[in-house]
Design a protein around this ligand. Structure first.
Ligand code: SAJ
Length: 443
């Protein structure tokens, strides 16, 4: 099948497509391709995911089970021999050393290479460093198919994911989607594949440009969050309120984008993606200073807040050692249950290292194990707040009753600036003192 015949197959929605990696990126993509009319087969090595999809039981919050009906799932890559297209959505974490771990891309590529055939398109979506598609995926495919020519016999592109779990306004269907083809014909075919399911494609000149765009998007956030955290450190030195300064700066109607200080940088994207970029740049002997500096500031925030706890307890003539400390919220950001890279874990670890008795509460995280830590969310939040020598707000879930906290907590270290003079739910200072409690200690 030549390029035009393949394009027509997509345009007539007669294609059979496969998605490798059925997580928070791959599963919504399967649903979008099925809605477009393609025959969709999901491929994942996790038999639990495969079985759940074949039973139409969704395990991704944003994907309704009813949407899984038309989707078949398997762990057997041989299905690729019948497919016209394959999209790779496998994880790209960091190794313990902080270097990129593209082993999932490499193994998926090797499996696809064994079953691919002329007349198909392969799209990589996993976030990775510029050059991965051309330097790792393409050679991996050709190793098993030396007679095939990319851009003629098969087509190759990179298109970064922008899935934001829990977000309803921007979905996989309406999100502008960057697409970089290895050749112009690759771009044409990959665009025909995706445009039946996704509203707005943003073509760029190469897979590397698309890989770089994705990393820059999230590096932009990491650096600006680092700047906001440094603002906090600078304002403390100058005796200023960083949030007041931020709120004032944010009134600028143009040329400003508000980021706020916090407990540090959590999540599966922002703490990871910039390191893919700085690692690649080291290989070309360039030091991505902004990335490194932002990472240094962001990863230093848990220790900053633990020092705040120590200072506040000291003011109350209490050592950290043997103090009872309650950490509110261990998810990496509000109103989610995801704990990946959560700075709350670092705060708990540091407090424990100082000998504190640390408990946590999180309505979205009933229990967790992380390295040598295994903890269960306290059941009786109210008594835990009352008994704590200090409460640390690490994640400001919307469900918390902040009035109760202000009136019943002996001390509060507020990493999310829940309490501030101008915010409506801050009880007047005297009510906190009237209740015999110290006014919440905020940053
Ligand atoms: N954070 C701050 N201050 C801020 C913003 C975030 O301390 O001003 C912290 C958060 O608490 C969290 C971490 O940084 O621990 C990351 O926060 P995030 O808002 O970037 O949330 P993520 O990690 O879910 O980022 C995702 C990204 N989406 C994709 O990569 C597809 C990001 O590009 C989105 O902008 C972000 O969601 C979003 O806007 O929700």
């Amino acid at each position: 099948m030549d390029k035009q015949q393949l394009i027509e197959k997509f345009e007539q929605r007669r294609a059979h497509v496969a998605v490798v990696g059925l997580g928070y990126v791959g599963l919504p993509l399967c649903v979008a391709f099925a809605k477009a009319g393609y025959k969709v087969t999901g491929i994942d090595l996790d038999p639990n995911k495969v079985d759940a999809i074949n039973r139409s039981e969704s395990y991704i919050e944003d994907v309704p089970s009813a949407a899984l009906g038309p989707i078949a799932a398997t762990s057997d890559y041989r299905v690729i021999a019948q497919c016209d297209a394959v999209t790779i959505c496998v994880p790209t974490p960091l190794n313990k050393t902080g270097d990129p771990n593209i082993s999932y891309i490499v193994s998926a590529t090797a499996q696809i290479a064994r079953h691919m055939h002329p007349g198909m398109v392969i799209v990589l979506e996993s976030t990775t460093y510029p050059g991965t598609t051309a330097e790792i995926v393409l050679p991996g495919l050709l190793e098993h198919n030396p007679d095939l020519q990319v851009g003629k016999d098969f087509f190759l592109a990179f298109s970064p994911e922008r899935i934001d779990p829990g977000r309803a306004d921007w979905t996989v269907e309406n999100m502008p989607k960057v697409m970089g083809g290895h050749t112009p014909d690759c771009l044409d075919v990959a665009s025909a594949y995706y445009s039946q399911a996704i509203g707005a494609l943003v073509p760029v000149s190469s897979p590397a440009a698309a890989e770089m765009a994705k990393l820059f998007e999230n590096t932009f956030r990491s650096v600006n969050i680092g700047l906001a955290n440094e603002l906090l450190l600078m304002c403390e030195k100058l005796g200023l309120d960083a949030w007041e300064v931020l709120d004032a700066a944010a009134t600028k109607p143009f040329g400003f984008m508000k980021f706020t200080p916090g407990p540090g940088l959590g999540g599966h994207c922002i703490p990871v993606d910039p390191h893919y970029l700085s690692w690649k740049l080291k290989s070309v002997k360039y030091n991505a200073r902004f990335i490194e500096l932002a990472s240094e500031i962001n990863t230093g925030m848990p220790a900053y807040w633990v020092q705040k706890v120590q200072d506040a307890l000291n003011e109350a003539a209490k050592p950290v050692k043997n103090s009872h400390i309650l950490v509110l919220g261990v998810a990496y950001k509000k109103d989610v249950g995801d704990m990946r890279e959560s700075p709350a874990l670092d705060i708990i670890h540091l407090l424990r290292a100082k000998g504190a008795n640390v408990q946590y509460h999180d309505p979205h995280v009933p229990h967790f194990t992380h390295d040598e830590m295994a903890m269960i969310s306290v059941v009786d939040l109210e008594s835990a707040v009352r008994q704590a020598d200090c409460v640390v707000i690490a994640t400001d879930h919307s469900s918390y009753d902040w009035h109760f906290m202000a009136e019943n907590a002996a001390l509060i270290i507020d990493t999310r600036r829940v309490f501030s003079p101008e915010r409506k739910h801050t009880p007047a200072a005297n009510s906190a003192e009237d209740a015999g409690h110290r006014i919440p200690v905020t940053a």
